[in-house]
Design a protein around this ligand. Structure first.
Ligand code: PLP
Length: 379
């Protein structure tokens, strides 16, 4: 049976060159980077090189990059760490209704501890309004955490405008953005965006799983959530994942070589799929938009089609797609993102499918997908 992977927003295949780099790193750099002998120094030099590539990719300095185990840890550290650090300055936080659970659930913990969170609403395309943000900002706001691009519908948020506003007004709030989905497809510069913290995860851009980073600007001081040794300048204890870092850094290097072309290819894949659906007469609408979008996510409301059944049918044909975010797949809860966009009773809640494109997606894959959709719908 043919296998077609159209779920790159859930996770992505590891690039073959990344695998090679990781194997070499495992062979060459098994010393503990904290050891002062030659084996340790060899690992330490791997660590420095990787950190430099990662920092450079977002216009940051190497000491502003804290390695973590994943995007979830980066988000948790930004949200929980800020609250712990700044509790004397205020207890108000601004976020949005469509953040990833890695942010939302951390915010729920804080609400239970007496923090107050304003969740900005989104419009029918999944975008918050800058005006809403401005009117929610208070003197006691200590953190603004808004994702760069949404994992379910791909919509991007007005991050630059928010960053500029906070900086122009010299507001005390730290500004964090979860760029886990966007980082592989969109060129991001932390200074230009005006963000103090930014979360990234390697497995979304053809790097290995088990590694991510949190950018922490010089202006931000956070306590470590994981305590022990003095790694990451005392900000995240634990022996470093050298092969992971080497692989991650190489994935970033490859991404940066032709990032705009990759994004365009993903957009073209989405357009191609939609033109095929038009040709076979499928009645659908786009959840999100094609203007403010990361590029690789195409979430479609297939009118009158039960998405959970449809995904099983596609799987039987070897095609992998998703109903919402991977983290909420397998649960019967409606997608909070679609609910925020349309309200709880809208048919899109149960009739939507997320396609996402990336490394290895071919026109043949898309043709096979279109033919399979036609067969399934005819049945
Ligand atoms: N934030 C967003 C927007 C995501 O899409 C994801 C993963 O799907 C995460 C955070 C969590 O990243 P990780 O899987 O590396 O923990």
């Amino acid at each position: 049976m043919k296998h077609v992977y159209l779920d790159h927003a859930a996770t992505s295949p590891v690039h073959p060159e990344v695998i090679e780099k990781m194997v070499v790193a495992m062979e060459e750099a098994y010393g503990n980077p904290s050891s002062s002998h030659s084996f340790g120094r060899q690992s330490h030099s791997y660590l420095n090189q990787s950190r430099e590539i990662l920092a450079h990719s977002i216009g940051a300095s190497p000491h502003e990059i804290i390695m973590t185990s994943c995007g979830t840890e980066s988000d948790n550290m930004a949200v929980l760490g800020t609250a712990q650090q700044r509790k004397d300055l205020g207890k108000h936080i601004i976020s949005s209704q469509v953040e990833h659970p890695a942010v939302i659930k951390a915010l729920h913990i804080l609400e239970n501890q007496g923090y107050e969170v304003t969740y900005l609403a989104v419009d029918a395309k999944g975008r918050i309004s800058v005006e809403d943000f401005k009117s929610s900002l208070r003197d006691d706001t200590i953190l603004v955490t808004i994702m760069y691009g949404n994992n379910e519908v791909g919509t991007t948020m007005p991050i630059r405008e928010i960053g500029q506003y906070l900086k122009e007004n010299k507001h005390q709030a730290y500004f964090h953005t979860d760029a886990v989905q966007a980082y592989g497809l969109v060129a991001l510069d932390v200074k230009e965006l005006g963000v103090d913290m930014l979360s990234v995860s390697s497995h979304k851009l053809n790097g290995p799983k088990g590694i991510g980073f949190l950018y922490l600007s010089d202006a931000v001081e956070l306590p470590s959530l994981i305590v022990g040794g003095g790694q990451e300048s005392g900000r995240r204890a634990g022996t470093e994942n050298i092969p992971g870092m080497a692989g991650f850094a190489h994935a970033v290097r490859l991404t940066k070589e032709d990032q705009e072309e990759k994004r365009q290819a993903a957009l073209d894949d989405g357009d191609y799929l939609m033109s095929g659906l038009d040709r076979i007469g499928v009645d659908y609408s786009i959840n999100g938009e094609r203007e403010h979008t990361i590029g690789h996510v195409l979430n479609l409301h297939l009118h009158g089609v039960d998405a959970s059944q449809f995904i099983i049918q596609l799987d039987l044909k070897g095609i992998a797609v998703s109903a919402g975010s991977a983290c909420s797949a397998g649960t019967v809860d409606p997608s909070p993102v679609l609910v925020a966009m349309y309200g709880a009773d809208h048919p899109a809640i149960t009739e939507s499918i997320r396609f996402s494109f990336g490394l290895g997606t071919t026109q043949e894959d898309l043709d096979y997908t279109i033919q399979s959709i036609e067969k399934i719908l005819k049945k």
